[in-house]
Ligand binder design. Structure first.
Ligand SMILES: *[C@@H]1O[C@H](CO)[C@@H](O)[C@H](O)[C@H]1NC(C)=O
Ligand SMILES: *[C@@H]1O[C@H](CO)[C@@H](O)[C@H](O)[C@H]1NC(C)=O
Ligand SMILES: *[C@@H]1O[C@H](CO)[C@@H](O)[C@H](O)[C@H]1NC(C)=O
Ligand SMILES: [Mg+2]
Length: 262
């Protein structure tokens, strides 16, 4: 009896000390677990960096300019560690299962739209050299990196690319890179193993001057459909790759906590 009473008192005191007390802002954890360091436990404006990243991926946090300074290490660890690859793999796996399930008309008109930067090719080397989120984006320096044509393929995306080809689905690259970067981009794609594709759509910077990526990409996808292609899938790392019109039958969003393009 004494033991039962003691256990009751103990249980009550644990429940009280760890109870959800959101009104007083004392306990944010649903379960009384302590965050391990490195698991997203840095706080910015009352949220952790992992919550910030989730907000970014879910498109709840939009129009952000740089990674919050407090989350620079967190994002660096995420992107250079195993989780970025694992998250990408989860996306690619769903995309492949979907593609494989389709019973497509074999008329050569089924296409899958791939974005390029941080979808097909990785600019991680550039960001690793320049720091994750410390300095504001420097277009001159970034274009110098693009001109090197040395961006490697994102391994999971390349797997999807190959599997789609084997299913008889054609590939259209649709990128915010400009017409002046077409040749180096084509060479970079080829060197990275993307040797076969139907289209490489680059941005006409005069026509789309001042327009958002959503507007540009929607218009170019519409053109593809007018040419008779059926966009059965569409994959990108930015929401602006998959929002707008003519988005395709299904869209897939790869992780990218490095930058935001409207
Ligand atoms: C696939 O499509 C073809 C032609 O539209 C149809 O004849 C066939 O029954 C379909 N197969 C399956 C498994 O749905
Ligand atoms: C941007 O990059 C260019 C080329 O590397 C460099 O010359 C320039 O100083 C940089 N600008 C800023 C503001 O850091
Ligand atoms: C794609 O969507 C269109 C329009 O809703 C539909 O007619 C078509 O069957 C869909 N194709 C696939 C492969 O799901
Ligand atoms: Mg991209």
């Amino acid at each position: 009896m004494k033991i039962i009473l003691l256990l009751f008192i103990l249980a009550t005191s644990i429940a009280t000390s760890h109870g959800l007390d959101l009104d007083h802002g004392i306990d944010y954890n649903i379960l009384p677990l302590r965050l391990k360091s490195g698991s997203g436990g840095h706080y910015i404006k009352g949220i952790t960096c992992s919550s910030w990243r989730l907000g970014v991926e879910a498109h709840n946090i939009i129009d952000w300019k740089t990674i919050p300074q407090e989350c620079e290490d967190y994002v660096g660890n995420y992107i250079l560690g195993e989780q970025y690859r694992a998250d990408s793999k989860a996306v690619i796996s769903e995309a492949y299962l979907y593609a494989k399930s389709l019973n497509l008309t074999k008329d050569g008109k089924n296409i899958w739209v791939f974005d390029i930067d941080e979808t097909s090719l990785s600019n991680l080397q550039y960001y690793a050299n320049h720091g994750f989120g410390v300095e504001p984006f420097n277009a001159t320096a970034f274009n110098e990196w693009v001109e090197l044509g040395e961006a490697p393929a994102l391994p999971e995306s390349k797997k999807l690319y190959k599997k789609l080809l084997s299913l008889g689905i054609k590939i259209a690259f649709l990128t915010g890179r400009s017409e002046s970067q077409r040749d180096i981009t084509a060479k970079n794609l080829k060197d990275a193993g993307y040797y076969k594709y139907e289209k490489l759509v680059v941005k006409d910077t005069v026509k789309y001057k001042g327009k958002t990526a959503v507007t540009y990409k929607s218009a170019e996808r519409e053109k593809l459909e007018q040419e008779g292609y059926r966009i059965i899938g569409n994959i990108g790392d930015q929401w602006s790759d998959i929002l707008g019109t003519n988005t395709g039958n299904r869209t897939f969003k790869l992780p990218d906590p490095l930058y935001y393009i409207a």
